[in-house]
Design a protein around this ligand. Sequence first.
Ligand SMILES: C[S@@+](CC[C@H](N)C(=O)[O-])C[C@H]1O[C@@H](n2cnc3c(N)ncnc32)[C@H](O)[C@@H]1O
Length: 233
Amino acid sequence: MNTQSYHKRRAEIAHYFDHTATEAWSRLTSNSPVSHIRRTVRAGRDTMRAILLERMGTDLSGLRVLDAGCGTGALSVEAARRGAEVLAIDISPKLIALAQERAPATFNGGSIEFRVGDMLDASLGSFDHVVAMDSLIHYRTDDAVAALAGLARNCRASIQFTFAPSTPMLELMHAVGRWFPRGNRAPAIVPVRETALAASIAREPMLAAWSQGRSQHVKSGFYQSQAYEIVKR
Ligand SMILES: C[S@@+](CC[C@H](N)C(=O)[O-])C[C@H]1O[C@@H](n2cnc3c(N)ncnc32)[C@H](O)[C@@H]1O
């Protein structure tokens, strides 16, 4: 992946998660008390995590999983508990430090290696499953699809990921956000139309050996996300 827009957006995301939002993100992904709105987001994200894990299987013994954009590592921990050998990578050093601090010392069979870096780094090795929960939602759709193509190069079975489904409210927020200076605001979430995403995946030559799999909507208060998957034929 070499596009300017991907690198620019990745830098904004890194700054946001490593500086502006580290504390808020740490709280949201813990059991600490949060506002009602954030409780709904937390509940939606718990549901989403369970769906993505379920799709990979209850027994992941002997399988390698890339948690691409692992944040504070909740999904990595669950995958390792199911026996997976997990590589948990994130561009935010602070979130990786937090994830390491929170992870249990041992798992029954599984393991986690934490790493600071880009999920598309070609040196990460190969994986049975890649999971990108809410970590592609800030990228333009063409960049997200190019990222999927990059991830697919080193993946044997499935890529589980989420996107923010287009709704009138999200489209409006996205349009309005473009008229204001960015400053320390959260990087915009890009609304995605599922048909456009599917067409874009179908057009990507590097995904020619992949089929589109299940798609499931999760809505909980302010959290709206779509669990999507592509599977190797
Ligand atoms: C909304 S958070 C989700 C974190 C985690 N997947 C979860 O669901 O709790 C998005 C994460 O993706 C990471 N991220 C975004 N782009 C990335 C990239 N190109 N490589 C690695 N991590 C990335 C961010 O730093 C951030 O921690």
